[in-house]
Design a protein around this ligand. Structure first.
Ligand SMILES: [Zn+2]
Length: 190
């Protein structure tokens, strides 16, 4: 049975017993916090539980590596919407040890794409169009560096209120232990 079919079958039963009832809330984050973290599967349930985050508490953004690739990309837009429209008053970037985006190999991804049927010509065309895949498909040297880069991009965004605290944190994907790398309340982080 395909996963999506299993999900749909489960869902009919879930809705029939009103499984959504304990989760009902509104769109405003009660803790007035935005959390940007990694899509790593180990964090799916662990991170909310380790941070005491329940439905309705925070705006949770996820991508590979908790990276803000571009100051005018979708992550930054989501943060701005959370701050100006939804009442978020602080931001936490939460990276994790053992992140797959550390030392990500662009050439390995390109090789795999070619093996899956993407024509070699496509890469020539992209290159001739001025698209730098190596810069775009990049991770970071260490997860800590990644967190610092994301915090830096958010903190220095020209559209963000200058006094908004932006924290940098690391989480252990086994124990859930949190570590504060950059305290957004500290003066030198501004
Ligand atoms: Zn990760």
């Amino acid at each position: 049975m395909k996963v999506i079919n299993e999900i749909l079958a489960f869902n009919s039963e879930f809705v029939a017993r009103d499984g959504g009832a304990p989760f009902r809330t509104n769109q405003f984050p009660d803790k007035k916090l935005v959390v940007l973290t990694c899509m790593d599967t180990r964090l799916t349930e662990l991170l909310p539980q380790a941070m005491a985050i329940r439905n309705g508490d925070v705006k949770l953004l996820k991508n590979a590596g908790a990276i803000v690739s571009h100051p005018f990309g979708s992550v930054m837009r989501s943060i701005l919407v959370a701050v100006y429209e939804l009442g978020a008053e602080e931001i936490a970037v939460v990276g994790h040890h053992g992140c797959g985006m550390a030392g990500l190999s662009c050439s390995r991804i390109i090789d795999k794409a070619k093996n899956r049927g993407v024509s070699t010509k496509v890469f020539d065309t992209l290159s001739h169009s001025g698209i730098d895949l190596r810069a775009w498909l990049a991770g970071f040297d260490t997860p800590e560096t990644g967190v610092r880069q994301s915090v830096h991009t958010i903190r220095n965004h020209p559209l963000l209120p200058p006094d908004l605290p932006v924290h940098g944190m690391m989480i252990d994907p086994d124990t859930g232990k949190l570590e504060l790398l950059m305290d957004g309340y500290a003066e030198d982080s501004k």
